[in-house]
Design a protein around this ligand. Structure first.
Ligand SMILES: Nc1ncnc2c1ncn2[C@@H]1O[C@H](COP(=O)(O)OP(=O)(O)O)[C@@H](O)[C@H]1O
Ligand SMILES: [Mg+2]
Length: 248
């Protein structure tokens, strides 16, 4: 790949004796949108949490902007521009929307007020309700807040874990529109999704995970065009993703 901003080589993650990730490798070209897709339990969150420094890998090597970050803790990575939007949004429900955005800024080591104001311009629904508890927002609005909170850290790489989970189709459209805008602004996006078709439609490059390993990878359009891949590994859109073996 010409200019990878992020490289993951032979990554391993274990929980006690459970080997959740068994030697996953992938890379993201600068400015691209890469997706890791796979059924529930495939190891997607474990990969993304290891990359963001939220959990310590059992093995492998992670390189960001040419530097080894395999054991760099999350808060240091945020300050360097590698920022995660976690699974399940993880907004602070009792704090106001404004406080949540300030927390995002604080984690990034300080952000100008103008950066927070830019989020209010971009997400008017957050501006209108900035003084309300974040828990009063709908699921879709909470996802926008989680994305805005990550953006105030001015990421060069944004890791997103199942941003469409649990949202109504119309809201999923909105979330994907925002993801594509983020990518268009020059930020590299690593998107983890169970909603494989949708994610592959938005992505440049895709990696299919099954049981902690990459079983297929390639240009997203090629993976999408191969119905056998979608059927065998990814289940149906937004529904009961089933685990399956390779097509025969
Ligand atoms: N904290 C944990 N403790 C033990 N096992 C875990 C933990 N988190 C995830 N796992 C296991 O690791 C595997 C991969 O999980 P995960 O990375 O969450 O997959 P995905 O995000 O693709 O659904 C699953 O078998 C899951 O049960
Ligand atoms: Mg997950």
């Amino acid at each position: 790949m010409s200019d990878p901003i992020l490289t993951v080589a032979d990554l391993r993650v274990s929980y006690g004796r459970v080997e959740a990730v068994r030697g996953v490798s992938f890379e993201a070209a600068r400015g691209s949108l890469v997706t890791l897709v796979g059924a529930n339990g495939a190891g997607k969150s474990s990969v993304i949490n290891a990359v963001s420094g939220m959990l310590r890998p059992a093995g492998g090597r992670i390189t960001f902007e040419g530097a080894d970050i395999t054991r760099t803790p999350a808060h240091k990575l945020v300050a360097r521009g590698l920022v995660q939007v976690p699974e399940g949004r993880q907004i602070l429900a009792t704090l106001t929307i404004d406080e949540n955005l300030r927390m995002g800024a604080w984690h990034a080591g300080g952000t100008a007020q103008s950066t927070i104001d830019a989020m209010y311009d971009r997400f008017p629904v957050l501006a209108e309700r900035r003084a309300l508890p974040a828990g009063s927002l709908s699921g879709g609005e909470q996802q926008m807040l989680a994305i805005a909170r990550a953006l105030v850290a001015r990421p060069t790489v944004m890791l997103m874990d199942e941003p469409s989970m649990g949202l109504a189709p119309k809201i999923v459209d909105e979330v994907f529109r925002v993801i594509e805008e983020i990518r268009a602004s020059g930020t590299t996006v690593v998107l983890v999704e169970q909603n494989a078709r949708r994610a592959l439609r938005a992505a440049d490059h895709g990696y299919v995970l099954q049981s902690g390993a990459v079983v297929r990878s390639g240009p997203a359009a090629e993976l999408l065009a191969d119905e056998r891949i979608v059927e065998a590994y990814l289940g149906v859109d937004g529904g009961s993703a089933r685990r399956g073996g390779p097509p025969e």
